[in-house]
Design a protein around this ligand. Structure first.
Ligand code: AMP
Length: 191
């Protein structure tokens, strides 16, 4: 199964992606984690991405696409993937589809983990992951999400690939709900 998890910073996307990956025996691919690893290692992608990530801005598409090609193809060969953090814009979704279609690795279902803005801010301030989680950067990351990522929901909705899950409930309840929804979808897919 090939799943995309869409959620704002603070929606619990990373945690749920790990759980879904484990439950369905698919690979968790987080563009944010991969970028941070590149930055720590000081690779050329890392050096190019560093300032964007620090500001909470989106890294240019070419770097992200380049970085993800291999992991996505490898994950597809071993049961599928849950993508976390990519695609993040309509442009990335379109580009990813065109690249992935020919390889037979395109997203089959997109899940929106829905959490209201006020709750996101509360969670992000409580989490405080360090320099990239100041109130100012949090506001900026949320604004980028609303402006660039939210329109992507329509892209998947129009393709009848969108499932919405209420992410404001207790974590285990959200996981349960995600599992049920994905189980149902997976029965309709030829995987
Ligand atoms: P995340 O851990 O998903 O919140 O991502 C952390 C940061 O990595 C983001 O604020 C962006 O700077 C960068 N990033 C992650 N995924 C993408 C993507 N698909 N496109 C562009 N930038 C990304």
């Amino acid at each position: 199964m090939r799943v995309l998890l869409i959620g704002a910073p603070g929606a619990g996307k990373g945690t749920q992606a790990v759980r879904i990956a484990e439950h369905f025996g698919i690979t968790h691919i987080s563009s944010g984690d991969l970028l941070r690893a590149h930055i720590v290692k000081g690779t050329s992608i890392g050096r190019s991405a560093h300032e964007y990530v620090q500001r909470g801005d989106l890294v240019p598409d070419a770097f992200v696409m380049d970085m993800l090609r291999k992991p996505v193809v490898a994950a597809n060969a071993s049961g599928g993937y849950v993508l976390d953090g990519f695609p993040r814009t309509v442009e990335q979704a379109q580009a990813a589809y065109l690249t992935a279609r020919d390889l037979g690795v395109a997203v089959q279902v997109a899940v929106h983990l829905d959490v209201a803005r006020g709750e996101l801010v509360r969670r992000l301030l409580a989490r405080g992951r360090g320099a990239d989680d100041t109130a100012e950067v949090i506001e900026h990351r949320l604004a980028v999400y609303e402006e660039r990522t939210l329109p992507m929901l329509d892209y998947y909705r129009e393709r009848e690939q969108l499932v919405i899950v209420n992410g404001e409930r207790e974590m285990d309840e959200v996981t349960w709900s995600l599992r049920v929804q994905l189980q149902r979808v997976s029965r309709t897919l030829s995987v």
